[in-house]
Design a protein around this ligand. Structure first.
Ligand code: GTP
Ligand code: MG
Length: 214
């Protein structure tokens, strides 16, 4: 059975306060030349198209429309940077594994996302989002291998946990954690979240806060 790390109420409350603070869109980069200058510690959200990256940025910050969400995969086509309370920067990436756009367009965003992930000195942690219903796919393994080889710390975060029966959430966490253990740069703990219900959001806020401060 999975064991979620115990979080103390003080830590959860500090994280709630941080994420309730001001959060502003600072820039959207469509190419490596237009990345914003290095400033705050960054935590990025990566994952397959439609997995719920932009929705998770909104849920963490308690805003509905900060990051654009869409039922159609391929919504986010640039790297979007959001400054949270002058403390940390949340980075919403374009998704991978999406086949319905032309190869050259898709390669442009996906290459941009991978280049950012491999080469950003202030990037403290990547949340690699996995749809709780589908588990880790081959394209996720590719991303994990790239992060391993670039020695960038990352954590698997399950999304859309509201779509699973409660009893199955633990199983999905365990399955993802077993895969995480095979990867050098993966954090051993897997978190499950739902941007719809708020499940797991306080815990993810605490994790992101601790990473950004550490
Ligand atoms: P791209 O930018 O296209 O890569 O997608 P994304 O990963 O940013 O996904 P986005 O946040 O746009 O969400 C995709 C779809 O999933 C939307 O229809 C969301 O409403 C839905 N969605 C996101 N999070 C959740 C969740 O926690 N539960 C449920 N049921 N649906 C969700
Ligand atoms: Mg998006």
């Amino acid at each position: 059975m999975s064991s979620a790390k115990e979080r103390n109420p003080t830590e959860l409350e500090a994280a709630r306060k941080l994420f309730a603070g001001p959060c502003d869109f600072v820039s959207g980069a469509a190419s490596l030349d237009s990345l914003p200058p290095i400033a705050l510690a960054e935590v990025a959200f990566a994952g397959r198209s439609n997995v719920g990256k932009s929705s998770l940025v909104n849920a963490l910050t308690g805003r509905r429309t900060l990051a654009r969400v869409s039922a159609t995969p391929g919504r986010t086509r640039q790297i979007n940077f959001f400054h949270l309370a002058d403390t940390l920067c949340l980075v919403d990436l374009p998704g991978y594994g999406f086949a319905q756009v032309s190869r050259s367009t898709k390669e442009t965003w996906q290459d941009l996302a991978s280049a950012y992930l491999r080469g950003r000195p202030t990037l403290k942690r990547v949340c690699v989002l996995i749809d709780a219903r589908h588990g880790v796919k081959e394209s996720d393994r590719e991303t994990m291998k790239n992060l391993d080889s670039a020695a960038v710390s990352y954590q698997l975060v399950l999304t859309k946990a509201d779509r699973l029966k409660v009893a199955d959430i633990g199983k999905a966490i365990d399955a993802a954690a077993a895969i995480a253990r095979q990867h050098a740069a993966a954090h051993p703990e897997v978190l499950a979240t739902s941007s719809e219900t708020g499940y797991g959001i306080p815990e993810l806020r605490a994790e992101v806060m601790s990473v950004a401060k550490g």
